[in-house]
Design a protein around this ligand. Structure first.
Ligand SMILES: [Cu+2]
Length: 445
């Protein structure tokens, strides 16, 4: 049959990504550099995925001399050197390979070997010098999102500076005049560069370490990618139909949990550099929004929430006191953002008898193996994945992640807040699954 027809059948199922085992024949055709709906797919292969570094969350951050350091989920903070009273940071914009979860790596662009880039941490009043070298195949700039600074340091290519050409190094230098949670990202060919993962957090601690003090302070960025099943490189011309929804370019179950001690005051800072809003929801504890990228919310203006919508290009930081022991879900409330690489134009198979369909599809596409699924929901897909159902190369199941009671059926923007009475102070390591007191788990009648 003609290649084009087969492609149209791919439209029939995202179902297929999750529910069909693709024959080796079809799988091979996925590797062609052929047009897909008129859009050329980027199919760059990773030669040696084993070299991929996927740093786990730095377990215990070094005690800052005059600030309480943040913990970047599955990331790290950029070291600096003091040069005549100026904090000097070196930033390299470059292609990187990021492991999103075991079984999937993505060709990204990022900073200093990772996407997102390392977190920049400094203190209100510091003078910082950010030395940016461009090792990308095209020009770039860096915009310091939310910072009060001289106009010429704002990093908008063409408007406030010349673009940083490949191989060039530019210096940004300014004094930090505020504290709070900010971001950095390119302001040059933004659609491509952010779709490829170029972004990072910029945390400015208050001048007085006691101000806005918390016991644990986590941060991460929301980012999204469109990586076609069987490929390695995000499609940078995608505008809304992304298929990988990530916390710091990691997807569940490849994301570290946020581990805290009962009684801790905890801050979680979230920046959104995707192209849609994300209602971030935490189970177990109401929280208060205490900071945005515009500054700290006055105490008498804070209100309680259990879900905070984080708009495009916004930062929200919220705080709670951990009182409830357990393993609490923490996720985006757009439910398809807690799914893995789902295709688009998925037909609704709920309640559809598919026995005849199987026969018809095998007639039309003899080399295609279609398995009828989704009649009673999609939960069966995780079971199929667990049973070793073949997926296209470098593709995660739509949902995965095992919990102590079975499949969690989550992927994407999902992780856990683990609250334990016996979590040692300043220890960020994973305590394992919660040991429920007797009689405190929902039971079957
Ligand atoms: Cu979302």
């Amino acid at each position: 049959m003609q290649h084009k027809d087969r492609r149209e059948f791919l439209g029939l199922g995202a179902a297929l990504i999750a529910s069909a085992a693709l024959s080796s024949n079809l799988k091979a055709s996925e590797h062609d550099h052929t047009a897909h709906g008129g859009i050329k797919r980027q199919l760059t292969f990773v030669n040696n995925p084993k070299r991929v570094l996927s740093p786990a969350t730095i377990i215990t951050p070094p005690e800052g001399k005059n600030y309480n350091p943040v913990v970047t989920l599955n990331g790290w903070s950029l070291p600096y050197e003091m040069k005549e009273g100026v904090k000097e940071f070196h930033i390299i914009a470059e292609p990187v390979v990021r492991e999103f979860a075991p079984g999937m790596v993505v060709n990204c662009w990022g900073y200093n070997g990772t996407s997102p880039g390392p977190t920049i941490e400094a203190v209100e009043g510091d003078r910082v010098r950010l030395i940016v070298t461009n090792k990308l195949p095209e020009h770039t700039t860096i915009h310091w999102h939310g910072l009060i600074l001289p106009n010429g340091m704002d990093g908008v290519g063409g408007l406030t500076q010349s673009a940083i050409a490949t191989g060039e190094t530019y210096v940004y230098e300014f004094t930090l005049r505020q504290s709070g949670t900010f971001m950095y990202h390119p302001h040059a060919d933004e659609m491509v560069q952010m779709a490829m993962g170029m972004m990072g957090m910029f945390i400015i601690h208050p001048k007085k370490p006691q101000e806005h003090r918390v016991d644990r302070d986590f941060c991460f960025l929301l980012s999204s990618y469109d990586v076609a099943p069987g490929t390695y490189t995000p499609n940078p011309s995608t505008m809304t139909e992304f298929n990988l929804w990530s916390f710091n370019s990691r997807v569940f179950p490849g994301i570290d949990s946020m581990n805290v001690r009962v009684g801790d005051r905890v801050r979680i800072r979230v920046g959104n550099l995707t192209m849609t809003n994300h209602p971030i929801h935490m189970h177990g504890h109401p929280f208060e929004v205490t900071c945005t990228d515009g500054g700290w919310v006055p105490k008498n203006a804070r209100w309680p929430e259990v879900t905070i919508d984080i708009g495009v290009g916004q930062v929200r930081a919220f705080e709670f006191v951990a009182t409830q022991e357990g393993d609490w879900s923490f996720h985006c409330h757009k439910s398809h953002h807690t799914m893995g690489p789902m295709g688009h134009s998925v037909p609704n198979m709920l309640g559809v008898k598919q026995d005849d369909l199987t026969e018809k599809i095998s007639d039309l596409m003899p080399e295609y193996m279609y398995m009828p699924m989704g009649k009673n929901g999609m939960a069966e897909m995780q079971d199929m994945a667990d049973m070793g159902m073949a997926l296209p190369e470098n593709t995660l199941p739509m949902m995965s992640g095992q919990g102590p009671f079975g499949p969690i059926e989550m992927g994407g923007m999902f992780t856990l807040v683990k609250v334990r009475a016996n979590q040692p102070k300043r220890d960020y390591s994973d305590p394992g699954w919660y040991n429920h007191p007797q009689g405190s788990v929902a039971r079957k009648l």
